[in-house]
Design a protein around this ligand. Structure first.
Ligand SMILES: *Cc1c(COP(=O)(O)O)cnc(C)c1O
Length: 359
């Protein structure tokens, strides 16, 4: 028997009950008319959440990282200059993925806990082919502003990681001048890990390479299945996951996108009010804190037993939170309130358990 754990780490979050119900529906064939209707409606719901009219908006078969990979493998040719804003683990991953496609990567580094900034990203190179950045950096709990980068991008494509932002805070791809973006199901959408909502505009589609080095993630081929009209088999769509995403997006839209953001904002604010009262300072820069992912500094006197405290949360209280990554490993915790986990009673349950453990 699997434990029923309250997932308050950096992902996955708890799925909405409607999602799990939807995922247990009977399977359909991936070319079945009823399934294709559901897929089209899923894509349309994603457009609404992404704030875009991009025709080519669909769920990539794979977790959030597959969304990152599909962008770079289809749009980067060897020698292309790609500017990446790096203020945590996921910016670092973008550098690694772009470099593997042969890009000449210019990594613009920021202190962990601070946002990436338009001035430094835009002045890093006179004419890059792409600028890539993370909207919500899950390793540090920081939101970076996008609109100013979009306004100044010039001829470059702007590629945005929305994995931890979509569903949790506002995302407006078209308004911000984002050409291509991806998200993940397992963070603020309240759906299990397994799909990467993806969206690309016409300007970027015109620059897709003719023969990407990945067959599985070739947008030219996938477009023949997810696009309107001809429905050509490329790979079998993950049917049950798409049922789940369809339902998760339905939960968000029924609640109202704005109301869903307000719910995330309210629980995040409450957690960020309570943690300092217990001696845990907030790590992310004020004004750029994500409500859905809070990083706290573990007080010095607790640092030698921080792993034991997290273990006790899991073993004795069935609560998962995340430890720090990279340079802040052992020094910070990452506490998520995303998707189905973003409830006020979960803040109370976590704070109560932590108080009991640390006395
Ligand atoms: C979780 C995450 C990813 C990677 O998603 P996976 O589902 O783990 O592949 C990428 N970017 C950000 C900002 C994330 O939080």
């Amino acid at each position: 028997m699997i434990d029923d754990v309250l997932l308050m780490g950096p992902g996955p979050s708890n799925a909405y009950p409607e999602v799990l119900t939807a995922m247990s529906q009977p399977l359909l064939g991936h070319l079945d008319h009823q399934f294709l209707e559901l897929l089209d409606e899923t894509n349309s719901r994603m457009r609404t959440l992404f704030g875009t009219s991009n025709q080519l908006t669909f769920p990539v078969s794979g977790t959030g990282s597959a969304g990152m990979e599909i962008g770079f493998v289809n749009l980067v040719k060897p020698g292309d200059v790609v500017v990446v804003g790096v203020n945590g683990v996921f910016g670092t991953r973008m550098v690694e993925v772009a470099a593997r496609k042969g890009a000449e990567v210019i990594s613009v580094e920021y202190d962990w806990g601070t946002p990436v900034t338009a001035d430094r990203l835009l002045s890093a190179h006179p004419n890059p082919s792409m600028i890539a950045m993370v909207h919500a950096e899950t390793s540090t709990g920081v939101r970076s502003d996008v609109a100013e980068v979009g306004a100044g991008k010039g001829d470059a494509l702007l590629f945005l990681d929305c994995v931890t932002s979509l569903g949790g805070i506002p995302v407006n791809l078209d308004e911000w001048g984002v050409d291509m973006a991806y998200a993940g199901t397992q963070k603020c959408l309240g759906v299990p890990p397994g799909l990467a909502p993806f969206s690309i505009n016409e300007r970027a589609i015109e620059r897709v390479v003719a023969r990407p080095t990945s067959w599985y993630l070739d947008l030219n081929l996938i477009g023949g299945y997810v696009g309107p009209g001809a429905r050509q088999y490329h790979h079998t769509a993950p049917i049950s996951m798409i049922y789940g995403l369809h339902a998760g997006l339905g939960v968000v839209l029924d609640e109202g996108i704005e109301a869903c953001h307000v719910r995330h904002a309210a629980v995040g604010a409450e957690l960020q009010r309570r943690m300092p009262e217990m001696g845990f300072d907030l790590f992310a820069q004020d004004g750029h804190r994500l409500p859905e992912l809070t990083t706290v500094v573990v007080p010095e006197h607790l640092q030698d037993r921080e792993a034991a405290i997290r273990k006790s949360l899991r073993m004795d209280y069935n609560i998962e939170i995340g430890g720090g990554l990279g340079p802040v490993a052992g020094k910070v915790w990452r506490i998520g309130l995303m998707g189905g986990s973003a409830r006020m009673e979960n803040v109370e349950r976590f704070v109560g358990a932590l108080k009991q453990i640390i006395g």
